[in-house]
Design a protein around this ligand. Structure first.
Ligand SMILES: [Zn+2]
Length: 291
């Protein structure tokens, strides 16, 4: 019996009997040293994949590896024809198959098989891409591919149209705040960092509420944090969270936790309150003090 004849017969048998449960045997036969065995295994893989859709994914990597290291033209053709049925090829894998199609040292029938294989894989990739759901990174609503692309291009995240507009607006506001940080002063001449803080300071001085801005306070045992505003009369803190970047939000929740742990009274305001910051502040403050 020729070398590998038993293995070749086994591959043929698995294929012709459609024994999908024996697919891992076919995987190992794909790297058999005998070309005749590899050819029979590739042929069997095709048959099994036509029976079980799941195997189209399972065979993808083994067939790709078999094809990219194949030394026999005819066997390579079989492997490519089997790989053509697979799903799950990556862009890099497709590029490698295209290299085979472009390589003039390969037989025409191999290059044709590689071409078909790459085309089929690209179609699978495109279909998967169009089916893939995208969600807005902020409101979690599903977004269209176009919306997602616009957000990713600008901020590296998918946003719906509404949230992207908001995000751009915030960015502009924030840039304006930073640019004018040195110039912003409250009515009682305290230099503050944002328009939100200025309006908080202005409102407090109008109400003749004493406050300290942006000073270091030891509030939680050995941990000191720096509040935006501290009202010494009421032992109360006001924080204005003007941004919503990821690490900023992390610091925010950490800070909030420290206040909580220290049992401190904290009034939290954020960018959403900016429009009516005075009335929001008044409402929140009135829970603690009589205004
Ligand atoms: Zn959104």
């Amino acid at each position: 019996m020729a070398v590998g004849e038993a293995e070749r017969k086994r591959a043929v048998e698995i294929g012709s009997e459609g024994r999908t449960s024996a697919w891992t045997e076919i995987v190992s036969l794909l790297s058999n040293p005998s070309p005749a065995v590899r050819r029979a295994a590739a042929s069997a893989a095709r048959k099994l994949m036509s029976i079980s859709g799941d195997l189209r994914k399972a065979f993808c990597i083994p067939l790709y590896m078999a094809a990219t290291r194949e030394t026999r033209e005819q066997v390579l053709q079989y492997e490519l024809r089997a790989l053509e049925m697979c799903v799950g090829m990556t862009d890099q894998m497709v590029a490698d198959i295209k290299d085979i199609a472009r390589n003039a040292t390969h037989a025409d029938y191999v290059r044709a098989a590689a071409n078909d294989c790459a085309a089929a894989a690209e179609m699978v990739i495109r279909e998967a891409e169009s089916r893939r759901k995208h969600w807005c990174a902020r409101c979690r609503r599903p977004v269209t591919k176009e919306e997602s692309a616009a957000g990713i291009e600008r901020y590296g995240k998918p946003y719906c149209r509404h949230c992207l507009d908001e995000r751009i607006l915030e960015e502009r506001n924030f840039e304006a705040d930073v640019a004018s940080a040195k110039r912003l002063r409250t009515a009682d001449d305290v230099a503050v960092q944002s328009r939100g803080e200025k309006r908080i300071g202005d409102w407090l001085s109008r109400k003749r509420i004493e406050y300290v801005y942006d000073e270091r306070y030891r509030i939680a045992g050995d941990v000191s944090i720096r509040p935006d505003f501290y009202l010494p009369e009421f032992d109360l803190y006001i924080e204005y969270w003007g941004m919503q970047e990821q690490d900023y939000l992390a610091r925010k929740s950490e800070k909030k936790f420290l206040y909580q742990r220290a049992g401190k009274k904290l009034i939290s305001l954020d960018w959403r309150d900016l429009e009516n910051i005075e009335s929001v502040l008044e409402e929140k403050l009135s829970r603690y003090i009589r205004l």
